[in-house]
Write a protein that binds this ligand. Structure first.
Ligand code: 5GP
Ligand code: ZN
Length: 117
């Protein structure tokens, strides 16, 4: 999990074009695409193209790319004209992480509860 593509990783397959996705933005280091099971009117996943299992691992190994992910989430929010939005990094299965390739959820277009539960 040191950044190299993983054959068994769903999001590495999306980066590699082996699984289709509805891409909304792409940079040299990131890909943003619509979640297949949206939880809000805007629900976009922003991922690093490199493979790391979660956001903290990405931050430790390649901090500039984590910054790229967060900046791109903000760019998607701006494109979707969201004045309020939430960025979530589920980390660990107990917190709902199901894909172990770092990703930000960008959620917006509806009211957001706090605490999230
Ligand atoms: P997690 O639960 O790991 O934080 O987030 C994984 C997200 O990936 C979920 O919201 C899920 O709906 C989404 N997802 C799972 N498989 C696919 C897929 O094949 N395509 C897309 N676009 N999203 C997916
Ligand atoms: Zn991966």
């Amino acid at each position: 999990d040191g950044g190299a593509p993983q054959d068994d990783c769903l999001f590495c397959k999306i980066v590699g074009g082996k699984i289709p996705a509805t891409v909304v933005r792409e940079t040299d280091t990131t890909l943003a695409f619509r979640d297949i099971n949206p939880q809000a009117p805007t629900h976009v996943l922003v991922i690093p193209k490199v493979h790391h299992p979660d956001a903290a691992s990405l931050a430790a190994a390649e901090p500039a790319i984590l910054a790229d992910v967060v900046r791109e989430a903000g760019e998607v929010a701006a494109e979707e004209k969201l004045d309020s939005y939430r960025i979530v990094f589920n980390t660990g299965s107990g917190a709902g992480q199901t894909v172990f390739h770092a990703h930000a959820h960008l959620l917006g277009g509806r009211g957001m509860q706090w605490p999230p539960g």
